[in-house]
Design a protein around this ligand. Structure first.
Ligand code: FRU
Length: 478
C-alpha cells in the first residue's frame, strides 16, 4: 500500500509540475496529460460509462515506467480524466502494469493485465493479474491468476477476457520456446481459477509456417457469424504493399470449435495501412456495437523524433470506430457519436478535368467526406496541410499515403492496393490524420507535423471527376 501511495503522489506531483502548451496537441483524440501513451487497455462499458484505460508513462516519453491511465465518458465525446487505475507497486508487476482488458461481472469491474518483472540477471518474468473494482475508479489488486506455462518464453502477455456459453475465456499473446508468435487460450468458471486450453493460433497450430516471432495484444470475438482473431504480430517481413511498418496489426477470420479448441481461419489481413496504428482492442457496447480503438503510434526508430516530445508528451489513441464484416473484410466506421463534434457544414458538387482545386478549411480540426460519383483518368490526389498526400493511381490500383518523416523531413510513403476509389472520409486533427476509404474497407492512420499555419486541402485530378465535397470543422474534446 505504501509503495502504491508513493507512486501516486509522484504522479500527482508530475501533473502539477507540467504545463503542456503545444500547437501540435491533438484536440479530439485521447492523449496522456503528460508523458507517453501506448496501447488502449480495458475498453468497457460499465455502469453507464465508457471506460478507456491506456498504457501510460507519466514521467518521460520513453517505454520505461508503465501504469494504467484512465478516462471515462458517457458519450464517447466528452472525457473525464481519473487517477491511474493501476500503478506498479507490487512484486509481481514491479516493472510495469502491462496491457490487458476489462469485463463486468456481478456489478463489479474486473481488470486483467500483465505484471511485468525484470530480474537482476537481465531476464523477465510475467504474471497475468487480476484487479477488481466496485466504482470503476478504485481497484483492489488480487495478484497473479496465471503463471507462465511450459513451452513459452516470458513474452507471454496482454490477456483479453470475454464470456461465452456460461464460461469465461481468455486469450494471451505469446512466444513459444521455438520463437514462434502464437495465441494461447485459457478458460475459467469463476474468473480467479484458470485452465489452459492450449494454443489457439500460430505456426504449426493454425498456420503452416512461421509468421512472426511474437504476437502481442490478441482479441477474439464473434462478429457477423464469424470468429475473428485480432493480433499484433512482430517480425513480419515487408512485402510489396504489405507489412510496411516495423510491427503490424491485423485479423484472421475463421471458425472456432469451442469443444475441440480449433480455430480454422483464412489469411492475415492488415487493419490499417498508415504509419501509426498498433495494438487495437475492441469491446461490445450496450447497443451491440463492436467498437475498436487502437494506439495511434508505433514504437519504431522514429518514435523519439516526434516533435511533441520537446513539449513533454507523445502519442494518442485513434478515434473510436465501429467494426463490422462485409464480403470477407473487416470494415471500420467512425462511431456515430463523432457527428456531435461537427460545426460549420459546407458542401458542394464539383466536376473537374485535369485541374487542381483548393478547398480552404475553416480550422485545424476537420472532418471531410468526398463522395466520388465519377472518375475516369490516371490520378486522384488530395493534399492536406501541405505535407500529407493521398494519391490514387487508377491505372495500377495503388493508393499511397505520403508524409514528411519526423526526423529528416524527407518524404516517406505507405501503400496498398484497391480496386476502385468510391469515397474518402477523413478526420484531421492538429497532428493526426485518419482516412477511411470506400466506407472503411481500407484505412490509413497517421501522425504528421505540419509546416504551415494555413489550413487547406488541395485536390488534383488527372482525368475527369465529378464528386461531392463535404466538410465540417470539429469541436475539440475539452
Ligand atoms: C504492445 C506492448 C504490449 C505490452 C505493452 C507494454 O505495444 O508491447 O505487448 O503489454 O505494450 O507497454
Amino acid at each position: 500500500m505504501e509503495k502504491d501511495k508513493q507512486l501516486r503522489n509522484k504522479i500527482i506531483q508530475r501533473l502539477k509540475d507540467c504545463e503542456l502548451q503545444d500547437d501540435n496537441r491533438v484536440a479530439f483524440h485521447l492523449t496522456p496529460p503528460v508523458g507517453l501513451l501506448n496501447d488502449p487497455n480495458g475498453l468497457v462499458y460499465y455502469k453507464g460509462k465508457y471506460h478507456v484505460f491506456y498504457q501510460w508513462n507519466p514521467f518521460e516519453t520513453k517505454h520505461t515506467f508503465k501504469c494504467w491511465g484512465h478516462y471515462s465518458s458517457k458519450d464517447l465525446i466528452h472525457w473525464e480524466e481519473h487517477p491511474p487505475a493501476l500503478v506498479p507497486s507490487e512484486w509481481y508487476e514491479k516493472d510495469g502494469c502491462y496491457s490487458g482488458s476489462a469485463i463486468e461481472y456481478n456489478n463489479m469491474l474486473y481488470l486483467f493485465y500483465t505484471g511485468n518483472v525484470k530480474t537482476e540477471e537481465g531476464g523477465r518474468e510475467t504474471y497475468q493479474c487480476l484487479a477488481v473494482s466496485e466504482d470503476g475508479i478504485h481497484f483492489d489488486k488480487k495478484g497473479p491468476v496465471i503463471h507462465l506455462p511450459e513451452g513459452y518464453t516470458p513474452h507471454f502477455r496482454d490477456p483479453k477476457v470475454w464470456q461465452q456459453e456460461n464460461k469465461w475465456f481468455m486469450v494471451i499473446g505469446a512466444q513459444t520456446t521455438s520463437l514462434d508468435g502464437t495465441v494461447v487460450l485459457f478458460s475459467s468458471d469463476d474468473l480467479e481459477h484458470w485452465q489452459m486450453e492450449g494454443p489457439l493460433a500460430g505456426n504449426g497450430i493454425s498456420l503452416p509456417n512461421e509468421f512472426g516471432y511474437m504476437w502481442e495484444c490478441p482479441d477474439f470475438f464473434y462478429l457477423n457469424n464469424m470468429d475473428i482473431l485480432l493480433v499484433s504480430p512482430q517480425g513480419l517481413k515487408t512485402e510489396p504493399f504489405k507489412y510496411e511498418n516495423l510491427f503490424q496489426s491485423g485479423y484472421f477470420i475463421g471458425e472456432w470449435d469451442l469443444m475441440e479448441n480449433t480455430f480454422v481461419h483464412g489469411e492475415f489481413s492488415e487493419l490499417d495501412h498508415g504509419f501509426d496504428f498498433y495494438a487495437p482492442q475492441t469491446f461490445e457496447d450496450r447497443s451491440g456495437r463492436r467498437i475498436l480503438i487502437a494506439w495511434m503510434g508505433m514504437g519504431d526508430e522514429q518514435e523519439q523524433s516526434h516533435h511533441s516530445i520537446k513539449s513533454g508528451w507523445v502519442h494518442a489513441l485513434t478515434i473510436p470506430r465501429e467494426i463490422y464484416l462485409k464480403d470477407g473484410s473487416l470494415y471500420q466506421k467512425p462511431v456515430e457519436e463523432l457527428k456531435q463534434l461537427r460545426k460549420n457544414p459546407k458542401s458542394e458538387t464539383i466536376t473537374i478535368a485535369n485541374e487542381q482545386m483548393e478547398f480552404p478549411l475553416d480550422s485545424e480540426l476537420n472532418e471531410v467526406f468526398i463522395d466520388i460519383e465519377q472518375f475516369d483518368g490516371k490520378q486522384f490526389e488530395i493534399q492536406l496541410q501541405n505535407n500529407c498526400k493521398l494519391i490514387f493511381n487508377n491505372e495500377k490500383g495503388i493508393l499511397t499515403l505520403e508524409r514528411k518523416s519526423f526526423d529528416q523531413g524527407n518524404l516517406e510513403t505507405r501503400q496498398c492496393k484497391i480496386d476502385k476509389l468510391q469515397n474518402i472520409h477523413m478526420f484531421l486533427d492538429r497532428s493526426s490524420l485518419e482516412i477511411f476509404i470506400n466506407d472503411g474497407q481500407t484505412v490509413f492512420t497517421s501522425r504528421f507535423y505540419k509546416d504551415t499555419v494555413e489550413n487547406q486541402c488541395v485536390i488534383t485530378v488527372e482525368g475527369k471527376s465529378k464528386f461531392t465535397w463535404e466538410n465540417w470543422s470539429l469541436h475539440s474534446y475539452q
